[in-house]
Design a protein around this ligand. Sequence first.
Ligand code: G16
Length: 543
Amino acid sequence: MKIHTIATEPFEGQRPGTSGLRKKVKVFQQPHYLENFVQAVFDSIGDFQGQTLVVGGDGRFYNLQAIQTILRMAAANGFSRVLVGQNGILSTPAASNVIRKYRAYGGLILSASHNPAGPDEDFGIKYNIGNGGPAPEGVTEAIFEQTRKIEWYQTVECDDLDLSLAGNFELAGMQVEVIDPVADYAELMQKLFDFNAIRSLLADDFSMAFDAMHAVTGPYAKVIIEDILGAPAGTVMNGEPKEDFGGGHPDPNLTYAHELVEILYGDDAPDFGAASDGDGDRNMILGNHFFVTPSDSLAIMAANAHLIPGYKNGINGVARSMPTSAAADRVAEALGLECFETPTGWKFFGNLMDAGRVTLCGEESFGTGSDHVREKDGLWAVLFWLNILAVRQESVEAIVVEHWQKFGRNYYSRHDYEGVDSAAAEQVLQNVRDQFATLPGQMLAGRKVGKCDDFAYTDPVDGSVSTNQGVRVLFDDGSRLIFRLSGTGTSGATIRIYLESYEADADKQGLDAQDALADMIAAANEISGLKQLTGRDKPTVIT
Ligand code: G16
């Protein structure tokens, strides 16, 4: 095998964001762009000679081409084996599982998650470490530094490998195992959940719909929900992964998963509805005419974990990202569990799970997961809910309302302003920062402001510090207004405003969240000057 060393020059802006490097496909298609990043990863992750790499993606446009490039570079750089999903497919949680199960050195996951796909849309790549989780900031920063000084990359010349057939192959002296993307994941799910109970539920007078949004979860959901658990064919909607995700935006929220939402809010709505995103790590949970916020979902899972075989011996602790509502904190307190508040980004949960401090983690951005892998996991969350429903034999709404009665309701909403001018978006946050000294003690939205800050986090396991993780206005009654810029967008900036207020009184828990939070929404606009700065009078997405 002849290794080719190709001269190259750095590209601007290859710093991984909240979850890897995400750019337009056209950016990735520039000669050497992907290669530079992959070589920078290989140059930053230590000694992997003779080790195994996992590679797979969400099947979006450019997935297969990128995988062929990575295979050649992995061979040239000294990996002895690559495990790759058949047809290039591995959902993000399935990839995490494969890395862990086969003790791989790490993995490259190709996805821009919920962002649209196609020649003019988005692509992404991220490196996951040997625990199966996204590389921590120390590693992603080292990769970024390497992209700034890269001068060459290594590859081999050989034909593309046919990824449509599972089996063992050789590529330039390196072993390549093309694996069934679903089998290992389905086996893991059967260990965690009571499949017999869920099978009985689905055989009863219970109906559900699952929207795979033309993205990667389709094959997983069809095998698990329809073939193994026996739900009728057609339960999984939009189940064929497409390179352009059917032209849609596979983000499982009330705006983008409207096809499912219309079914769950229509006549003859099923009992349960769920959707997952482009790469299968997000989830949305719906009941008949009922939406479960991701923050509530985490809290309810924590409160009901003892009903699930994989968690029946108790959970270690709970973690949530800072903008996620504090609903889970109340459950953790009641159960005497540790509860952690981390910056946005699943990578911040890895250390806590590895150290055995937390079992369940969740984010307001439709992500929930546990220490079964080191990624959030869409289908896992759906099965968790189905298992709860199978045991409790109550409706989704009844379970949520009972939860609120017991723990109180954290009214919660996120308002996104997408595709905003970057300078204007920065100024929105700066306007709030400029009032940090004057807001405390003032009344805003009928509540007294207690404290304002830029959220910073010190990892309790390794002591690493992450600063500037969101602008917070914290009220004395536990209500919160949070402003953050998304770290996953690819065009302009996305401003996220997170709104939360707590209601202990069961008689006042039945409002629509937008109505309950109306004064908080007005206050957020007032203190940030968002309308004047962006010219927007309403959010792009409300969740
Ligand atoms: C990624 C991260 C999540 C994060 C989300 C939103 O999710 O893995 O931890 O909550 O982005 O991030 P942001 O608010 O910065 O856009 P995914 O599903 O896109 O990989």
